[in-house]
Design a protein around this ligand. Structure first.
Ligand code: NAP
Length: 476
């Protein structure tokens, strides 16, 4: 007897492909909505609905039997039980390591799928190279991505030192490991059915993933994570080709392409080449420069001020630009900043926020924090829009930002950050810098802005300092 009409209809390959097309359209629309803070949340939800449709359409595949469904259900329950609470609880400052972990799991899943397919084919991947080549590629790249992402997670989470951990003859060892992994893959494609060889491929790629990320400093991890993200996408797309699963191919390529574009944009905004990031050695834990007033290689005097004096200065301003940076994220000062802005606006002082593309430790870090504090989007100004405004700004308040305001990037050719586009805070009439000490930021270099005669330093934690200024201002 033939199956009921409804069942056969939903299991029809054309219907499943139509579902995939709907899913891709939602992915792409969702991705394009991520480009603006006003539409980003909806875009994220839309892409998630797309993913749900793709997963359900894949499960409709009639070849799955009861025990396979059970395995999938167990996987879903475990994944949901682990993923949802950790995604809900994660702090905004811990987002990069969360992304590393989630991304790594994707790469690991692809490597395991490749292994399962190898076993399913009895190791005979050489029989059909159109399947064998993408499977070996997926296994190598997925394994690198999983193990590399684990190191990135451990560094950002403080489980491993954030400083570059040098491996003796690292480049040579890495090239040798890649050669072993590729060599094992070639031997399998040429006809070897040895599972030991496939495991060697996975292990060599795993060690390569670990050793490639160990020498990279903790602060460069966001770039590494987005590179590994691109790797995971490519490996998933390759697995999709081998499994003849269109959803996996398209989703993988979208992840691969967006990860590559993000890596390129971050590297450009930091004025670094992707190669120099991946070869490591820069961006370890920032050395403390000075650690108090004065005492610097730049020379010159540092003027410190008090919250009461800053409040008086602000009370006479017409336009104030807030320049947030990593320290605002560490201190979770975004709500205090919003309160200060409200107090200024009560006095008809115009407040704008200058957003540098790599302020903080992940792309969009400042936008996310300020959006959380309900700062109106139209007050957030991107670097190119706000830079011409500094010259006509009475007071700029730099809140836990350092490198993104360093004028050496514009003026000093021998500076490691020379050429990095920065916020031209030094062009403002007065500058207030709120940070705890004279310590350097991510790049580990001094900032002449702090010694500028227009600059006054308010030493202290960003949240409490901003709250103090607001209360002083309220009392004026
Ligand atoms: P930064 O140069 O790293 O400086 C942050 C400053 O915040 C530090 O100098 C620190 O000084 C201060 N700080 C830390 N905790 C604080 C607290 N509780 N209260 C007040 N101040 C505090 O940060 P940035 O100007 O935002 O620049 C970002 C850097 O990260 C750039 O070099 C960028 O290239 C790099 N990066 C960014 C990304 C990204 O995607 N956004 C990715 C990778 C690397 P004290 O210790 O004296 O307080």
């Amino acid at each position: 007897m033939s199956a009921p009409l409804a069942t056969s209809f939903i299991q029809d390959p054309d219907f499943i492909n139509a579902c995939y097309i709907v899913a891709f359209s939602l992915f792409i629309t969702g991705l394009s909505m991520l480009t603006s803070p006003t539409t980003a949340v909806r875009g994220n939800k839309l892409a998630a609905v797309g993913m749900l449709i793709a997963v359900v359409a894949t499960l409709l595949n009639s070849e799955l039997n009861g025990s396979e469904f059970l395995l999938i259900a167990i996987g879903l329950v475990i994944g949901t039980a682990v993923g949802v609470p950790s995604a809900v609880r994660v702090k905004m400052t811990a987002m990069p390591q969360m992304v590393a972990l989630f991304n790594g799991v994707g790469g690991g899943a692809v490597a395991l799928i490749a292994w399962a397919e190898f076993r399913q084919a009895g190791g005979e991947l050489g029989e059909d190279l159109a399947i064998g080549i993408p499977l070996c590629f997926a296994a190598i790249v997925g394994s690198i991505s999983f193990w590399g992402s684990n190191i990135a997670f451990a560094k950002l989470q403080g489980l491993l030192s954030g400083s570059p951990i040098k491996v003796p003859a690292g480049l040579f060892v890495n090239i040798a490991l890649l050669a072993i992994a590729v060599g094992a893959g070639v031997a399998i494609l040429l006809g070897s059915t040895s599972e030991g060889l496939f495991i060697l491929l996975l292990v060599a790629a795993a060690v390569l993933g670990n050793l490639a990320v160990l020498p990279i400093g903790g602060a460069d991890m966001p770039v590494v994570i987005s590179t590994l993200n691109a790797f995971t996408g490519l490996s998933a797309a390759a697995a999709g080709i081998a499994l003849d699963n269109t959803a996996l191919i398209v989703a993988g390529m979208l992840v691969g392409a967006s990860g590559t574009i993000l890596t390129d944009q971050m590297a450009k905004a930091m004025n670094r080449s992707i190669g120099s990031v991946l070869l490591g050695g820069f961006g370890g834990e920032a050395p403390a420069a000075g650690g108090g007033e004065g005492g610097s290689e730049i020379g010159g005097t540092v003027r410190s001020t008090s919250a009461a004096d800053v409040a008086i200065l602000l009370a006479y301003a017409r336009q104030v630009i807030v320049v947030p940076g990593y320290g605002m994220a560490v201190a979770q000062a975004q709500h205090a900043v919003k309160e200060l802005a409200k107090e200024l606006e009560k006095r008809n002082i115009e407040v704008k926020y200058a957003i540098h593309p790599v302020a903080g430790r992940m792309p969009g870090h400042m936008n996310v924090l300020l959006a959380e504090a309900d700062v109106p989007y139209d007050q957030l100004k991107e670097m190119d829009d706000i830079n011409p405004e500094f010259g006509r700004t009475d007071v700029s308040i730099v809140i836990g930002a350092n490198d993104v305001t360093n004028p050496d990037a514009r003026l000093k050719t021998e500076s490691p950050i020379y050429g990095m586009p920065i916020l031209n805070v030094d062009e403002s009439k007065q500058v207030i810098v709120i940070k705890r000490s004279m310590a350097s930021g991510f790049a580990g270099i001094e900032n002449p802005l702090f010694f500028d005669e227009k600059t006054q330093m308010l030493f202290g934690d960003a949240k409490s300092s901003v709250a103090e200024i607001t209360s002083e201002l309220g009392g004026l």
